[in-house]
Write a new protein. Sequence first.
Length: 645
Amino acid sequence: MRLRPRFRYRTGTDGPPSVVAVLCRRECGRSRLPAQRGSGNTQMPHVLIIDDLAICRDPIELALKVHGFQTSTAASGREAFFAMDQARPDVVLLDVTMPEMDGLSVLRAIRRNPQFADLPVVLLTDRADSGTVLEAARHRISGYILKSSFTVAALMDTLTRCVSPRPATPSAPVPAASGAAPTKGPPAGRPEASASPRPTPRPPPPKSRGSASRGRDCLDDLRPIIARQELRDVVSHGLELRPLSATVHQVMALTTNANCSVDDVSHAVAQDQALSVRLLKTANSTAFTRGKPVDTVKVAVQRLGIQEVRHLVTTLAVLDEFTGSISEQLDARLFWEHSVSCGVIARDLAERAAFPRADDCFLWGVLHDVGRLILIDHAPELYNRVWEVAHERSIPLVSVERHMLTLDHGDILARALEHWRFPNDFITPVVNHHRTVPQLRRLGADHMRGAAIVAAANRIAHALLLGDSGDRMVYPADDLVEVAGLKDLNIDQIRKSVDDQLKDLKVALLARGESTPWPDSVGQLRDSIGASVRPFFVGSDSPADTVRAFFHRLAELDPEEPPNVAVIPCGRNLPFDAGMRRLATLEEETCTPLPILIIALDRTAETATPPGRATAVCRAPLNVGLCVQALNELLCPEHAAAAVG
């Protein structure tokens, strides 16, 4: 029989047993030896524990010894430097909140010392504010563990990873099976110095020499620039270094218990005043209003439900965490305007379709493109190259993601939501919003409808020019509307609903004042065209047609002014000849031939424009930039020539 170690806790300044101490006591008997540093070295890795509280320091030391580590301890930053000189540790476990010299000061000093500049350092702390996390990341920490969500297993996994041996660099590089470029590893027996694995990009793909419209079909020459598992590792490590707040972790821990009460959750949320205010604002917003206004966190939890509050609190934390993770190409305000608009539309569609998870649909819409921000944040150089290829060739960004990264932003979001402990039935619909209808059908009835609603909401938001997610494309949505169970959908009605709710939700969700200036994406796009756009749309009469909705949104309609451009979508179910006949009827009445913008909906589209007629062709999905270019060529050639020059 193995005896479990027993701890004695001193009273006084150390206080009652902490979560860390209790869990160490509970689990320290479960031994698992970490990997040794080299085949010829049987000495176990040495961990230096730096924490001013003995109530945390002592149980951790004993737990590490039980799991096979050598240990030494220090109760302050000054003691730590003496201990490092004496013990020469393989990894440092460092608290942040300490008197005299805090953990970040110790970390900076470690990095300034050439002897310890590459020493792995893991932070174990109760501080989860973004300033601390970012400062720690700048000094190349190897792990960040919150005391509020501490487990011995997580600690052992992190430390084992820090001291695990790396293969020596081979004399001749051997390509990976997946086609990834060979990478040069650190010497055998030494851990990597960086805080996160660095992706090794491959040479850039050749640029398309064809026109933008032909380049749309040219994805075959794109090759992966990173191995799939390598990208997953980069993202996973980055998420570990940027944990959500301690309050969020507490709410998540509470709500996993079937016996969790409204009082438990409301008390946990109330500890964070800023979060409480935003939760109340959101609960009182047009997205969640049900009856009388909510004036306390407890009433908000009662009205929304425990699980919905869990999802909402975590979503607010994600918005806070990644609001600043925008590249130079993206305007943060327009990105979140698109996301919140998608949430509003998804909720509206869910209610129209009598789908029971309308509240979740709203959160799915808000979160659907966060995977793109994670890629920008954790793999900026790689994602900039993806961005450049997509915009040079005027092809959908998600398609380039899949070809060059082997994963799209939905796959990255799935990994993040799993890391943040969202349940699977919440994850599946939101991460599949770019899948085809046959792929959605394989998800099962409930997940299929939820994913179709989010996908349709995303396409409607793009058509209505609501914000900018980085992929300014207009996609057809007819098949998704059908799968979602929507009948008699009218996009114009949805647009009015979104406009009414958007200002309210920007304040509630994004913590921005009403006076904060917000770009007018529709006005900016109209200004980029040298003449007003008054289209005569010759296509589907369906009020759910996203291409029609796009041109109506772009148009500056004046009943006194006649149309100045004909827009003719054509494809398998919309013959071009039929569109031309309708146009001829109009032109007989006005006696004015119109320039024609043809929207080729599929590869079967055949066009035969009359000679001498000004004509331009755009392909679906409709690239907004190419469409603006075509309109300038048709309506004001001088403006188009100036733009090209």
